[in-house]
Write a protein that binds this ligand. Sequence first.
Ligand SMILES: [Zn+2]
Length: 306
Amino acid sequence: MKNLRSLLLLLAPTLGLSMAHAQEGHTDIGGPEGLDIFEELNDGDATEVVLEPSNATWDVNDSLTFIPGYDMYCHWNTDVLFDRVTGSRLVAHDTLKLLLGAHEHDLTMPCAGEVTSGYGMRKGRMHYGVDLDLETGDPVMAAFPGMVRVSKYNKTFGNVVVVRHYNGLETVYAHLSDRKVEPGTLVEAGDTLGSGGNTGRSYGSHLHFEVRFLDQPIDPALIFDLKNGSLKALEFDIHKGTFAHMAAAKAAAKSSQSSRKYHVIRRGDTLYALSRRYGVKVSDLCRINGISERSTLSIGQRVRYN
Ligand SMILES: [Zn+2]
């Protein structure tokens, strides 16, 4: 289950990111219980001997050693999916080279399904991941080795698992029907995290899969060849521009929001009358307002017509 070689490989590029460590002294950060990975470091041909922390309360130095990417994040939150503040630290740095693997097949696709919805703007909102087709119950697997940071139920994401990888990337697996890992679980690429499903804000079984770095979303299609299930390149450059699309998308969403036009229903109004008046097909009116052609309109109701 543990592949020492790939671990060391991903451990190696822990980057030139030096940050002031925000936390000092003892911090309860919910570390792993089973530390087999470190025993492996001891009995393999690795030279360094790493001692296990002796109790459940870890201090920052323990975190630096045991938690993937801790030196970049300076925190390990097993409850909050993303921390908006962390990502803003990235701006100050130059290009970071993340090593993804030694071979383009050094990963496992989280599930076998095709992409049903890509990353980007969707119905006026940002879609921060890709949707991959699956059947409820299909295994969902970790893309890279790492440590599970979050495993919980969330209103939007349903049953969701977030894995922190050794190069600082995090991957997110949402709408699962069940979860088989806990925060602190060490995983290899290909280990099952849970089963695919349709929980949370989801319409039909699928996997919502995200890739993030310092809590900022990255289009998975930049890293993975989603069709062939391989890496696009062995390294991935992260720089300010990697996230520039975020600001652009937010601005676009805002302007599309403000240009929306509404008709307030008065006595006698019908969808057909609105259709003629604004030159919009009845089916389009129904779609953008989430109503059916037979819906009853009530006086004072706002109906969007563009
Ligand atoms: Zn999605």
